[in-house]
Design a protein around this ligand. Structure first.
Ligand SMILES: NC(=O)c1ccc[n+]([C@@H]2O[C@H](COP(=O)([O-])OP(=O)(O)OC[C@H]3O[C@@H](n4cnc5c(N)ncnc54)[C@H](O)[C@@H]3O)[C@@H](O)[C@H]2O)c1
Length: 363
């Protein structure tokens, strides 16, 4: 296959590109605008492969997209390009509306125009895979907010049928793009597949997100900021498990279907930070048996912060045979080891304006 991947210089997109080039015979055209979150250095291990190519293009630029489709003639699209950080969406929603909604619309239209003219066999085989988040579902009841242990035992999970109720400008923009993609299937018969995934962590994660932020701040002796009490629950998935899941879906998934992807790892944010500190205490011990946990500082909570996310990933496991390979502790340890040995990458991606300052508090 020739796969057009949007957002391939980002955290998950680069894991997808590396996975495809390193584990399959397929080719990839990475279409990325290279915002602050896009780094071609994340593709250094595959960028010299002749099956990999790159085009610096904004997905909102329809004319540029038309040229890309005409020239590359892809068999499938995996759409990951997005503005992805909730805190940034609170400070400035405009870019999120532009890239996530308008950009997805313009990509859909460019892809549909190309697909509609394909010969019958290629047209039937074509796929447009939209990569989205579990945050579109809003939040779930939190065990601490439920009084009886009987009810706690049956806490609900997000399924593919859960109604959308996004809370942040980011998740609302992703929900909007999901609706557009499904409407293009229903209205035009355009062959789409949607996946909604839980929180990812792993190598090449831009240091504004919780896991890399905590690791890097810890190593520099800085405060480890916890939003509110830190009891918010997320369902964590190692990014390479996600990349495998996405490739499974694009090759085996059924048109018109949605697949939820998750790691069966519900953890409170504070637990995640404690685990990171414990791994760092072991791998990079502080003098006099001090612990990185001493750097933990509670800060004002995120406005509208969702309490709990948790995915029922049963459908993708039953129908497509995918399940995560990493446990939370094996994946987290690999992640810490990666950051300890890739300080140069961390330095380079922070050479721009972002210096790990707190975002998303201006109202
Ligand atoms: N990170 C997570 O935990 C998570 C979980 C579930 C779903 N997702 C979804 O997966 C996708 C990828 O997330 P990520 O964490 O890798 O994001 P990221 O912010 O690390 O990367 C986004 C990439 O998109 C590119 N991009 C942004 N705007 C663009 C535009 N207008 N045109 C072309 N390229 C543009 C950026 O340069 C960057 O390379 C997103 O759609 C996100 O909503 C993320």
């Amino acid at each position: 296959m020739k796969i057009l991947v949007t957002g391939g210089a980002g955290f998950i997109g680069s894991a997808v590109v590396r996975h495809i080039i390193q584990n399959t015979q397929d080719s990839v055209l990475n279409v990325d605008k290279l915002t602050y979150a896009g780094n071609l250095e994340s593709l250094a291990t595959v960028s010299s492969d002749e099956r990999y190519s790159f085009a610096q293009v904004d997905i909102c630029d329809r004319a540029a997209l038309d040229k890309i489709f005409a020239h590359y003639q892809p068999d499938a699209v995996m759409h990951l390009a997005a503005e992805s950080h909730v805190d940034r969406s609170i400070d400035g929603p405009a870019e999120f509306i532009q890239t996530n909604i308008v950009g997805t619309y313009s990509l859909l239209e460019a892809a549909r125009a190309y697909w509609s003219k394909l010969p019958t066999e290629q047209k039937a085989a074509f796929r447009f895979h939209h990569i989205s988040t579990d945050e579109v579902y809003g939040d779930l009841p939190h065990p601490l907010d439920i009084e009886t242990s009987a009810t706690q035992g049956s806490l609900p999970l997000f399924t593919e049928k859960t109604a959308y109720a996004p809370s942040s400008p980011y998740s609302a923009s992703k929900a909007s793009s999901d609706h557009l993609v499904r409407a293009w299937h229903r209205t035009y018969g355009f062959p789409v597949i949607v996946t909604n995934c839980s929180n990812n962590y792993g190598p090449y994660h831009f240091p504004e997100k919780l896991v890399p932020l905590i690791i890097l701040n810890a190593l520099e002796g800085k405060a480890l900021p916890i939003y509110g009490s830190g009891d918010q629950i997320r369902d964590w998935l190692y990014v390479e498990d996600h990349a495998r899941a996405l490739y499974t879906v694009i090759t085996k998934g059924r048109i018109g279907e949605t697949y939820n992807i998750g790691g069966h790892n519900e953890k409170q944010n504070l637990e995640v930070v404690h685990s990171l500190c414990e791994i760092l205490d072991e791998l990079k011990p502080l003098p006099a048996q001090a612990s990185y946990k001493d750097q933990i500082t509670h800060v004002a909570d995120r406005p509208g912060h969702d309490r709990r996310y948790a995915i029922d990933a049963g459908k993708i496991e039953r129908e497509l045979g995918w399940k995560p390979q990493e446990t939370f502790m094996t994946g987290l340890r690999k992640t810490v080891q990666w950051y300890l040995t890739h300080q140069d990458w961390c330095q380079h991606v922070q050479d721009g304006s972002y210096q790990r300052e707190r975002l998303g508090v201006s109202l």
